[in-house]
Design a protein around this ligand. Sequence first.
Ligand code: PMP
Length: 381
Amino acid sequence: PVYLDYNATAPLRSEAHEAIMEAFQHAGNASSLHHAGQDAAARVDRGRRQVASLLNCAPGELIFTSGATEANNLALRACHTPDTVLVISAVEHPAVLETARSLTADRPDLLVELPVDADGIVDLDPLRFVCARRQLSVVSVMSANNETGVLTDLKPIIKLAHEAGALVHTDATQQVGRVPLDLAELEVDLLSLSAHKFGGPQGVGALFIRRGASLPYRPLLTGGGQERGWRAGTLNVPGIAGTGAAAQAAQHHLAEEVQRVGALRMLLESELKLRVPGCRINGARAQRLPGVTSVTFPGTPADAVLAAMPEVAASQGSACASGAPTPSHVLLAMGLSRDDADATVRYSFGFATTKHDIGHAVDATVRAVEHVRAALAAGAE
Ligand code: PMP
């Protein structure tokens, strides 16, 4: 079997596994003052420093959460003011899209969804327009798309939003640990990440809140006051230790992995284009994550293609949306027809993927597409 669904979740790195198991062997609540508590607090501190190092921010600017869904909710709900405009892109993950829609449910005129072009690049003209005319609270645009890997050039967005007095949030879940991201240079106010996309455990994430960012203090969870009051609840010490270890490993190998994984993507795409007539790479002209290929096999439903290659774990659209009857909102926003959106397979890969895996996936895909096309042709006769 070949695992090419890193955007749904990446494998656990051995460094993370080790840190998690070690933390599990030591009882201790990071808030307790005795030696066991202090041991737990030290693991949390180390994890926080390791994540901060990957992002080049201060450890105190990170709030640990249960994942990027919670981090996105915390960011948007903390920033939202009922009478100002919230700006997002049309291709956001549902954790942002649905949160923004629920916050503006009774005032849909206060939500602006920036469209994207055929390559998935966000159109900034509507942002310029609202910045000039309306009062904004927050602009939230993802740094890398989970379905296509298309990267956003955040700098012009930050400039426009800050000039208009708005805060900038980015859902960087798919970028962190995969492509360098330097928070000393990228002046976003808030950033969400999730550990399980870079080799940490599922169920742990973080929200970066830039020191000095003026946002209303509005936690989602109130209670014992952990995480400086931003997120109450006993800290997930093993999860945070594993997240830190994964962040450190990702940082250590980042530059070489960008090259190596990028070469794998080139191989996958050139082979598919050569061997599967008519296939199209989505977002081909945009800057993209090294480890994601979204490919449309026109006339060939992706669910049938995936079913015909059970040894390859790839996905149809995003994991969160698959199984649901609705086509990908991301691909539709890029102008694909419903049929083409339904005929799209996402391969996502990373640190543990080999050239052999890619070769295997190409061979399996070529056979699967031929099989499905032949079956459809036979059925049509
Ligand atoms: N944002 C993006 C862009 C994602 O890809 C995901 C994971 N599918 C999430 C948010 C949600 O992350 P989590 O699973 O940690 O809640």
